[in-house]
Design a protein around this ligand. Structure first.
Ligand SMILES: Nc1nc2c(ncn2[C@@H]2O[C@H](COP(=O)(O)OP(=O)(O)OP(=O)(O)O)[C@@H](O)[C@H]2O)c(=O)[nH]1
Ligand SMILES: [Mg+2]
Length: 328
């Protein structure tokens, strides 16, 4: 089966694994309403299901501690042993015809002190991925005038990675900024717009880089906030004696349940992008698989089109650049 790679990109603790888990959970309920079907392989399902149980149970113990904690991602035997998560995508009731492989690595891999092979690993998957999903810790960006944005989200490290990985690009790529832990800011339109502006400001050097002559033709960049928990909102930040921020959250209600919102939006944008790339019908070897995928099955193409038309563009959602790769 043809395969497409997607990488989660971000510093340790920003929420890569939590976002992937929320996406997994919502694929079922949301994509299920369409004529598409996304089926995880057994091992991916087992691991994500464990993360999901962990997330849900954390919500129960949450009130006592005011914060949640799921395990950081680890690869015991080095990058090569790292798990990826695979989902078959196809028409409902049919054998999946395309494989989406998500890479979720430990954020420490691109920290200054990371081993060379770890840094190389991230660079390679970044280069090979059709789409990149960057979870952004929203409170760091929004609270105390964004004072902790650099420290928590590491935008400069991310820019350096793109610098190294996106050289001599000759086909399109999709970069998705996904603010998470953002429930508080999406309660009204004013703060939602503010979040949008802060994301643009906080990643302006990276977007400038995407606008450079060699990358500008190829990079599409969107912002899709995802409420990965839904029922937990930021309440306050404390800064300790060594200037490390600690974030405290609260449940919206005592009996609030895990209820992620918009976690299928990145996938809608990805499919929209794939459809558009296909419609351009230029011959990029990187996208050869699309021809078979779409052309052999017009019903699938229609289903993708319908799903892709559900991309949100209001509030904090926006296409930052590369609109031409998303106009369908
Ligand atoms: N309140 C709240 N906490 C979150 C949210 N997303 C993640 N967290 C918490 O933030 C912490 C880090 O999340 P992870 O998903 O493990 O982060 P990661 O980017 O995978 O981190 P590494 O695996 O170390 O690279 C966990 O303790 C989560 O429970 C969110 O949307 N809301
Ligand atoms: Mg992780």
């Amino acid at each position: 089966m043809q395969e497409l790679k997607i990488t989660m990109l971000g510093a340790s603790g920003v929420g890569k694994t939590t976002l992937l888990t929320a996406m997994y959970e919502q694929f079922e309920s949301n994509i299920g309403k369409t004529n598409l079907q996304l089926t995880p392989d057994d091992e991916s399902a087992a691991i994500l299901q464990d993360r999901l149980i962990e997330l849900k149970s954390l919500l129960d113990v949450f009130e006592a501690r005011g914060r949640m904690g799921i395990q950081g991602t680890e690869a015991m035997a080095g990058p090569e042993s790292l798990r990826s998560f695979s989902f078959g995508l196809g028409r409902k009731g049919e054998v999946p015809s395309l494989n989406l492989r998500f890479y979720d690595y430990p954020g420490g891999y691109h920290a200054t002190q990371a081993a060379k092979e770890e840094k190389e690993f991230v660079k390679t998957i970044l280069r090979e991925s059709t789409a990149v999903l960057i979870p952004i810790d929203a409170p760091s960006l929004m609270e105390k005038s964004g004072k902790f944005h650099e420290k928590i989200n590491r935008p400069q490290q991310i820019k350096a990675l793109f610098n190294a990985a996106y050289q001599d690009l000759d086909s399109p790529r999709l970069v998705i900024f996904a603010p998470v832990k953002c429930e508080k800011y999406l309660q009204n339109n004013k703060t939602a717009k503010e979040l949008l502006e802060k994301v643009k400001q906080g990643y302006a050097p990276l977007v400038d880089h995407f606008n450079s002559p060699s990358l500008n033709p190829w990079v599409a960049n969107v912002i899709t906030p995802v409420q990965t928990v839904g029922s937990v909102i930021f309440s306050r930040m404390e800064v300790d004696s060594v200037n490390n921020p600690h974030f405290y959250f609260r449940k919206t209600r005592h009996d609030a349940r895990y209820s992620p919102i918009d976690s299928e939006q990145p996938l809608r944008y990805l499919l929209r992008f794939l459809l558009k790339v296909h419609l351009e019908s230029r011959q990029w070897s990187f996208f050869n698989f699309l021809r078979d995928w779409f052309e052999l099955d017009t019903h699938l193409k229609k289903a993708v089109d319908e799903f892709a038309r559900g991309c949100k563009t209001n509030g904090s959602f926006a296409v930052v650049k590369g609109e031409k790769w998303l106009n369908i």
